[in-house]
Structure formats: structure tokens, C-alpha cells
Design a protein around this ligand. Sequence first.
Ligand SMILES: Nc1ncnc2c1ncn2[C@@H]1O[C@H](COP(=O)(O)OP(=O)(O)OP(=O)(O)O)[C@@H](O)[C@H]1O
Length: 635
Amino acid sequence: MAKKQFKAESKRLLDLMINSIYTHKEIFLRELISNASDATDKLYYNAMKDGKTGITRDSLPIELTLDKENRRFVIEDHGCGMTAEELESNLGTIARSGSLAFKKENQDQADIDIIGQFGVGFYAAFMVASHVEVVSRAIGSDQANRWESDGTAGYTVTPCEKEENGTRITLTIKENTENETYDEFLEPYRIQALVKKYSDYIRYPIKMDMIRSRMKEKPADAGEDYQPEWEEYTENTTLNSMVPIWKKSKKDLTEEEYNSFYTSKFYDYQPPLCHIHSSVEGAVTYTAMLFIPAHAPMDYYTKDYEKGLQLYSNGVLIMDKCADLLPDHFSFVRGMVDTADLSLNISREMLQHDRHLKAIAQSIEKKIKSELLKMQKDQREEYEKFWKAFGRQIKYGAYVDYGAHKDLLQDLLIYHSSTEDKLVTLEEYVSRMKEEQKYIYYACGETIDKIKLLPAMETLRDKGYEVLCLDDNIDEFCIKMLASYQEKEFKSIADADLGLESEDEKAEIKKLTEENETLLAALGTALEGKVKKVELTGRLKSHPCCLRAEGPVTLEMEKVLNQQALDDSQRVHAERILELNAEHPVFKKLCELQQQNSDKVAVYAEILYTQALLIEGLPVDDPVSYANAVCGLIS
Ligand SMILES: Nc1ncnc2c1ncn2[C@@H]1O[C@H](COP(=O)(O)OP(=O)(O)OP(=O)(O)O)[C@@H](O)[C@H]1O
């Protein structure tokens, strides 16, 4: 059976092209400039191939002219131009890309940067123009031709005059409607901004007349009361930077150049802490220029912050914030990636989720990590600045997704050390561990100073053991998710068994507990509803008592989660155990009172419990009765 060709309803197709592909009308400029650049590239490469000298990229500008009064916007290039047949086939056939054909024919050219591939970009002009005129003269031809169209109604091609080769596209910008404004595309500053945004790295100068103002020269006969006068003048200005800084060789760039590029590109008033500039060739080929800012933007820890890297393909901006290139834990990184290895979708506004993008993202993640580790090792002060700004994001990254990224991130963590009195890495801690030390100890609290005063700290201090002091809300959640580091388990100093007591000491506590069963039960009864039980402990030195939690919710977690609770139903409660120091005179006193059957036992139980709450930084339900009890003791 004979195969039949699909037919297309060309008017409908063009209407779809114009109205459905792009989400932003402004894209028309990127498309027309990219076409002009492709046409100029073709001329330039052919000239190089034919050995013509004297042609430089600078001598082949793309010129923009605005005529607000007549609502005209002209884009003119000095490229290869089109013959009448080419105008017919390239602009009269939807999805025919002369540029793609050229690229295929010249695949062996290393330095070829042709952008067009789908054969649809040109029609974006009709998003903003009611009429499009293309006057073109192909290189090597004397005859120019005019292609004209009002959009879906069709087009005409007629011979005309044009002095030089190249293409001049004249758009008649649409009138504003109730819902849409088009006037912006006749404003020089708006056009300048669009060129900067999408076409900054087109390799040919994009020029436009800009109105500037300057102070008039002071007349020679100006009197004392002369006031300076200003005048406007027109300056033909190059709008684009042309050569992307990341395409330059690292050795040709100074620190100042990196810094000033960063501050101007990302509107930061502070230079970055460091930059990563790398060109990768292999399974994926890309150039990346990444920066680690010195401070967190105002909205960084809010939902408004949008992560992502700028994504360029052949010097044209595809996406301003490509989120897929950055994992959440490195969302603070700013910068850009330039690659030709992408499956762009037809609008160039989106990417097909392709494996290249994934591979680039993975490679970038590794680079950021190794750069941070390098900074941690060689520039600790800078790293601490980084940590202050973004440490929380790293900790959060290690915690989320059930610790899926903990192996990647754990070496980046730093915590305050009780013995070193500075921030230390887990590796540094482990390397200092005593031979008999089983655990990595940590303590949680509101501030480092308060943590150092916790009762259980004394015992560890006496043993000369280092304790990591965790003063950020997320810390304990993160540490619990890590569970261990280099096979050493983490241990909270609030745990019942710190692994410090000998078997004899444990037996002694057990014996004392049995002997004082009645006292402990009486204390438990006095604190019913507040603590689960009262126990003796050997982990205290000079303090008479402390609280610990039993079960999955720790005292610190209770504090953190309750701070975030919106109502009572979201509040959590840690199961409390009041621990008494069996060696402390207070305990001895309690024993005596119990023997005398004194009802002071219940009063003292309250006082000790409240004291333990205060030390832990937990709220006291009835501060007045505590104050009265203490006053009673004094008087
Ligand atoms: N200024 C120009 N000078 C010379 N040829 C041009 C010019 N503009 C467009 N063309 C020709 O018209 C063709 C179609 O252009 P169009 O913008 O629709 O698609 P494209 O640039 O090939 O692909 P894409 O849709 O990916 O941008 C181009 O491939 C090119 O051959």
C-alpha cells in the first residue's frame, strides 16, 4: 500500500507557532538576534574557509534601530543574506531550518556556534509585530528581495534594492490592547535589558543608538552665578559583552575580574568567598563558572528563594535559574553553565529532562563539595564565614530524605568543640579521640555557654573527653540522622548510659537504688505527672540532679518542635526521668528526711525538679510555687 504524506493546515500551524510555543513575548528579540548571529557566522566561516582576510567579528555588527513614532523596530545584520528561493524555503516553510542544514554540512568546524535548529524562531516576531518585512541580499548576488507578511494570511516575495549583503528585518510593533502592552518593545532601555538578558554573549557586537546626557562645557564668559547645564546626545552603543568570561582561560583572569563579574552579574555588594571555573570535556562537555557567596541573601531561608544556575547553550541564555543543576543542599551557589550538549525543546524555554543535564548536575555537585572541603582545609576562616551563612542548609541537606545525602555532606559539618573552643570537623574530632573512648559525644542547648554549664558536661570534662556543642535547632536532628561517623557512634551527654561507668560503678548504683527504693518511690509520687520516674545516676559530679528523656523525643527536640507548633495538638512531650547524684549531700539529706518520714521530701522533690528544668532551659509551669518553696527554705 502506498504511504501517504501528512498534510498540515499551514495557517493553523503558524497560529500555533505564534501563540503557543513561547510563554514570554520578549523572546522574539532573542530569536531574531540569534538568526542574525547565525547568518553572520555563516558568512564569517565561509570567509575563513575561503582564506579571505580582513574580516573580523567586530566589523560585522548586528544593528538595532527603534522608531517610536512609526512603531518600527529594525534588526539588521551583515551576514550571508538569503536569495528569493531561500526566503521562500526558509521563511515560507515552517520547521525548515537552513541553519541546521549549514551546521550539519560544516560539522567538522570546531569553532562553530550556530544556534538555530528547529526552523520556527523567526515566527516569534509575529507575537509582537502586526507586519514583518524582511529585505535580504545573499552574499555574491546583486539582487535583493523583500519578504512581507501580516502573519497567518500568507506572505509575498518581491525583488527590491539593497546596497549590501545581509538581512534587514523591519517589525511594525502592534498597538497596545486592553490586556497587552507592546510599547515596551519600542523603549531603548527595555531593549537594552533584553539584549543583556538573552543575547549578552552573542559573538558579534549588537549596536543601538542610546540617548545619553552630559554636562555642557562651561562657556568661557560664564559669570559667577553660572549653573551647569545638561544636554542630550546620541551614542551608538554596543549592548552586549560578546565574550563570556567563562570562555576565557583561567590564567588570563584575575581575582578582581572574577569578583567584579560576580558582583555585577548577581547584584551582590560583597565579593564571593570563592569561585569555581571549570571546563569539562568527555561524556558531557560543559563550562561552568560558579560562585559561593559570602553571605546569605535576605530571602535565602524563605520559600521565596529560587535556586538555580543560569544555563547557556552556545552563548544564548536558555534558563535564568535552572533548578535541576543544583541540589537543594548547595542551593546557595550562583553561577552559570554553558553547554551545547542539551536537548532543548522547541521554545528553548525548557529542557527535555535529559541525561546530559543530570550528568552535568552530578559533576557540578562533586566540584562544589571538593571546593568547600579545600576551603575548609586551607582557609578555615573563610570556611567559617561560609558556615555562618549556609551551614544550616548543609545540615538540613544531611538530615532530609532520611539521610540520603549524609555520606556526601558529613565531612562539611563543623561544630563547636568543648575542648578546642572552636569549630571542628568530625574527622578532626575522631582523630583526637582517646584510645578507650567509644563514642563521639555531643550536647545540645540554646547557646555554647549554656551547654558548657550542663551538669553532665562535668564528668566528660574530668575525663578529658571532647564534646561537640550543638546550639542550632536542626543540629540534633542531623546528628541523629548521621547516627555514626567513621564507625563511631554519636552519643548525647543526656543519655542514661554514657559508656563511662565501670561494671563496679554500675553495680554500686544498682545496690544504692535497691537500698533507697522507698525514697525514690516517694519522690516519684511527689512528682507524679511530671516525671516518669526518679533514678540514681553516677554521671553527675557536683550537681545534685538532672533531667533526661526516655524514648524517641529528646528534651532538645521537645523545645525545638514546640517552638514551631501552631497549636496544642502539635506539641510534643519528652518522657522525663529525674536523675539524682547518689554521691551528692542533697541526696544524703533526702535519705535522712525519708527516714524521719518528713513531708519535706515532697517539697524538695519539687525544688530539685524545677531546678533541673531551669538548667535544661525548659519552661517552668508554676514559677511562683517554686519561688515560695525556695523562700521557705531560706527563712
Ligand atoms: N537574518 C537572517 N539571515 C539569513 N538567514 C536567515 C535569517 N533569519 C532566518 N534565516 C533563515 O531562516 C531559517 C529559519 O529561521 P528560524 O528562526 O525560523 O529557525 P532557525 O533559526 O533555523 O531555528 P530555531 O527555531 O531553532 O531558531 C534559518 O534556519 C535561516 O536559514
